[in-house]
Design a protein around this ligand. Structure first.
Ligand SMILES: NC(=O)c1ccc[n+]([C@@H]2O[C@H](COP(=O)([O-])OP(=O)(O)OC[C@H]3O[C@@H](n4cnc5c(N)ncnc54)[C@H](OP(=O)(O)O)[C@@H]3O)[C@@H](O)[C@H]2O)c1
Length: 320
């Protein structure tokens, strides 16, 4: 099968089409013919060697550890179910799934083998391209809201709300009955308001001031999709929680506790993936695709993502 991989760490240009053996499902696994794989910021960090791989610093990888295949989410069709496998899906079903890339196992590939718990049927009427944008970032958004430990009626803030993850957080928070104050650049105000944010404030390093104007006693919780870290702690009331996405943690500051979410521990949570599908089916969660690229043009997709300003997800397609 064809996949997109890299033989060294580096810029977008290191991505290339590589040939790999078809993966075989073992007990508890299924094989999916991938038609769409979403491109996320984490994929670019892995490609560049910035992010540790499976707990191992990228610098410790040897030549024989390459090529590496990136990609954490996909959609396609089930083609094989492993022996003695309890699967909720059957051969021929369109499914979406999340995975933690490891070696040549990543979602930028014509076929993936994943634990049966890591895939669910795609939402009704949603094609593979749109479905591929949901599992990984949707799971991250769900666990972020869980981590806030807030109740309906409480107020949260969201930074990076125009992004894929931030947008899902806003929509899921509204579905959970929370009041949401979200940041946006001037040009993205309408977009972020369309996700259901109650108040949209101007983004920036001093966004904490504007969160406090809208929530004078301080936010009950804050999800920091824009990775502003300590710059936004002051927007949260003592006793509130700040959820970070790039592993930023600290001792409590001003009574605010930190919680770094890591989606890698949740990719086998079939119940949460089902919940995401139902939220799309009910119209509470909407999917946004900015642009598709034939998989062979993955370098270009990574370049576009690195430039910033993309609204909606970039998706690689693996056609027949
Ligand atoms: N830990 C985990 O398990 C996990 C899982 C999923 C995602 N993540 C992380 O979550 C973050 C968001 O992911 P994503 O897929 O949503 O990325 P994305 O689609 O690129 O969205 C990021 C958004 O933040 C905006 N932004 C950048 N700097 C900002 C600032 N200073 N103030 C306000 N907004 C700002 C970006 O706008 P511009 O385009 O204008 O720059 C963009 O709209 C990434 O860092 C990703 O690595 C972590």
């Amino acid at each position: 099968m064809k996949a997109i991989g890299h033989h060294e760490f580096g810029g977008p240009e290191v991505l290339q089409v590589i040939e790999l053996p078809d993966p075989e499902p073992r007990v508890g696994e299924i094989r999916v013919r991938v038609y769409a794989a979403a491109v996320s910021p984490t994929d670019t960090l892995r490609r560049a060697g910035v992010r540790a791989l499976d707990g191992q610093p990228a610098t410790e990888l040897a030549d024989q550890d390459f090529p590496l295949v990136p990609g954490m989410e996909f959609a396609g069709v089930v083609v094989e179910i492993g022996p003695d496998t309890d699967a909720d899906v059957k051969v021929g079903d369109h499914v979406m799934g999340a995975m933690v890339p490891s070696g040549t196992r990543g979602s930028y590939a014509e076929q993936v083998v994943v634990p049966a718990d890591s895939v669910v049927r795609t939402p009704a009427g949603v094609d593979d391209v749109a479905a591929s944008t949901l599992p990984m970032n949707g799971l991250t958004a769900l666990i972020s809201i869980d981590a806030l430990q807030v109740a309906p009626g409480q107020t949260i803030g969201v930074t990076g709300a125009a992004g894929t993850y931030g947008g899902y957080v806003v929509q899921l928070a509204k579905a959970a009955g929370l009041r949401v104050i979200a940041d946006a650049a001037e040009k993205d105000r309408d977009l972020v308001a369309s996700f259901g944010a109650d108040v949209v404030v101007a983004r920036g390093d001093d966004v904490a001031d504007r969160f406090l104007e809208a929530a004078p006693g301080g936010l009950d919780g804050l999800v920091d999709g824009a990775v502003l870290n300590e710059l936004v702690v002051g927007a949260v009331r003592p006793g509130g929680r700040l959820v970070t996405v790039r592993h930023y943690e600290s001792e409590p500051i001003g009574g605010v506790t930190f919680h770094a979410v890591r989606v890698r521990y949740f990719v086998h949570d079939r119940a949460k993936l089902e919940q995401l599908r139902e939220l799309v089916d009910s119209g509470q969660l909407t999917l946004r695709v900015a642009q598709t690229f034939p998989a062979a043009d993955a370098s270009e997709a990574h370049e576009v993502l690195a430039r910033g300003g993309t609204r909606g997800r970039l998706v690689l397609t693996f056609d027949d």
